[in-house]
Design a protein around this ligand. Structure first.
Ligand SMILES: *[C@@H]1O[C@H](CO)[C@@H](O)[C@H](O)[C@H]1NC(C)=O
Ligand SMILES: *[C@@H]1O[C@H](CO)[C@@H](O)[C@H](O)[C@H]1NC(C)=O
Length: 223
């Protein structure tokens, strides 16, 4: 017979294990897996598998990404993002991580968005940014981050950034998934083709106002 306490402990450990198993990318079954571009990827209901090259064909170049030395191209909201994913950084494949560089112009923003499959750590390497996230009870956790500070955005929670300093800001973000996914709130709501009547009722906006928002967040001008 187990005591009640032992049983609870066992259940707690079991549920923890289940959570960990479901909350991350699968564990690799080899040292690394450099995708072989000549093989088609295999799509399962949950993820895309990129078949590996023979490991003897891997080179150091597969494990080095040189595309983040400079900022990317700035969008109309003053944001430039360069992402390293298994597509442009083959060595990352199957390792359960990815990385991004974001540069924000003075006054620029990274609109509210979330990553359904990853927690993100951001590190401010230059500038001063207002950053935060909102939890599922709609409580905001926000702060002015200075150079050198790091903030964590828990998986799946909406977060945002704005450059509030007087110089361009540079941040690096790391994710605990090779494919974090990203959903931007403005374009998910107004740029996705949701029925207009529903949007009018949900936001208390007129047809004309919905039209303005729809044009602004048209998916063709990704924000
Ligand atoms: C990988 O390449 C090596 C050297 O060419 C070869 O000996 C080995 O059989 C290959 N492995 C597979 C799984 O094809
Ligand atoms: C920036 O835009 C140029 C021209 O369209 C393009 O060649 C380049 O790849 C872009 N850079 C990034 C980091 O996306």
């Amino acid at each position: 017979m187990y005591s009640r306490k032992t049983l609870w402990l066992f259940l707690a450990i079991l549920s923890l294990k289940v959570t960990i198993t479901l909350a991350s990318d699968p564990d690799p079954v080899q040292d690394f897996c450099i995708p072989n571009p000549t093989f088609a990827s295999i799509k399962t209901p949950h993820h895309t598998i990129l078949p590996c090259k023979n490991s003897t064909e891997a080179t150091t170049d597969d494990f080095v990404f040189s595309g983040m030395k400079a900022a990317g191209n700035f969008s109309d909201i003053g944001l430039a993002v360069v992402s390293a994913t298994p597509t442009n950084f083959p060595g990352l494949n199957t390792l359960g991580m990815s990385f991004t560089r974001a540069d924000i112009e003075v006054g620029g923003i990274n609109s509210p968005h979330f990553h359904p499959r990853a927690t993100e750590l951001v590190h401010v390497v230059q500038g001063k940014v207002y950053a935060g996230f909102v939890d599922s009870s709609n409580r905001v956790f926000d702060r002015m981050l200075e150079r050198g500070e790091v903030m964590v955005f828990p998986r799946g929670l909406m977060h945002f950034l704005m450059n509030v300093g007087d110089e361009p800001a540079t941040l690096f973000g790391s994710f605990n998934s090779q494919n974090p996914g990203m959903q931007k709130i403005p374009s998910a709501v107004f740029g996705s083709g949701i029925d207009e009547e529903l949007l009018q009722k949900a936001f208390g906006l007129s047809s004309k106002q919905i039209g303005t928002m729809r044009r602004k967040f048209d998916p063709k001008q990704a924000r």
